[in-house]
Design a protein around this ligand. Structure first.
Ligand code: GLY
Length: 301
């Protein structure tokens, strides 16, 4: 898919990606800022309590507490910021972007990121306010099943990460946010905030965001591998497909684990790659200068 328009391109993961790219386009029309647009789009998904895997109303850990992860990266100068296990505020992406503006730090976690967010004046939430009645109910049901030994306490529940990519005139931005795997151990962090694992942006090659089982995506440094393949000249679809196939060659179980990524190369070509998920099919959404499209990529073979 190549860029035919002069305007910006936004790409976002999953069904809620349609809402995300519309939010990005609205923000772009107001500010003409690529970063603002991508951050606002990611934040819009985090703040929507009806979206069950991200931000408010996301999936709590096995103690019933929401822990949010997010990452931000700008391709012009590789400025980046990540947060993990953030418990006191939302959207996490705005805190990640603020971290990226610090002179030295790039990654804050746990108590440190909670303290940072409060000191920086982000709205403080009662951690319980990040849960909805639905998530409380699901958590209670799960606890009851674990107590009756009808569910394995070690089995985490899948999730759909919001990833938003932006491109304009060769400039790139990558944003990602998630509540992580449901019923994870407190402090568990997946790929999302890991620069090179869950996201990467470098204007010399493009930008990438991943979604799926974070342990697999992080251990294979998927985002930076896809970026490197695009830098070597592969189109985004091919670059992403080659990396997922490499992961499947290494461990055939990856074929059905639910792994996906979206990418834009430095010229503005858009692509994606996905495995065949047992639960639901991956889709992504694209906005090119105000035109919107849903794409359902074929899983890698
Ligand atoms: N891909 C998000 C996570 O594993 O937490």
């Amino acid at each position: 898919m190549s860029n035919a328009a002069d305007g910006p391109i936004f790409v976002a993961t999953w069904d809620f990606g349609g809402q995300a790219v519309r939010a990005a386009w609205d923000a772009w029309q107001r500010s003409r800022g690529l970063e603002d647009a991508c951050v606002e789009a990611t934040a819009a998904i985090e703040l929507d309590p009806a979206i069950p895997t991200v931000g408010i109303g996301g999936l709590p850990n096995r103690e019933g507490v929401m822990e949010l992860d997010a990452g931000f990266m700008r391709g012009s100068d590789l400025r980046c910021g990540s947060v993990a296990a953030l418990r006191v505020t939302c959207p996490a992406i705005t805190v990640a972007r603020r971290v990226s503006q610090l002179p030295s730090h790039t990654f804050l976690v746990g108590q440190g990121v909670d303290q940072f967010a409060i000191a920086e004046g982000f709205e403080r939430y009662d951690p319980d306010a990040l849960l909805t009645d639905k998530t409380r109910d699901e958590f209670a049901q799960r606890q009851a099943k674990v107590a009756r030994k009808q569910a394995d306490a070690e089995r985490m529940v899948g999730h759909d990460t919001v990833g938003v990519l932006g491109w304009h005139a060769g400039q790139t931005v990558a944003c990602v946010a998630t509540s992580g795997l449901g019923f994870k151990r407190p402090g568990r962090v997946g790929d999302s905030p890991i620069i090179g694992g869950g996201l990467y942006a470098d204007d010399t090659a493009g930008c990438v965001v991943c979604t799926g089982i974070g342990e697999e995506l992080a251990r294979h440094a998927v985002a930076v591998r896809v970026l490197d393949a695009m830098k070597a000249g592969a189109p985004p679809n091919e670059a992403g497909g080659a990396v997922l196939r490499m992961m499947i060659d290494r461990d055939p179980a990856n074929a059905s684990r639910g792994l996906a990524l979206i990418a834009i190369d430095k010229a503005g070509s858009v692509g994606a790659a996905t495995t065949r998920s047992r639960n639901h099919e991956f889709e992504y959404h694209v906005c090119r200068a105000g035109g919107f499209e849903r794409v359902d990529p074929d899983p890698v073979q």
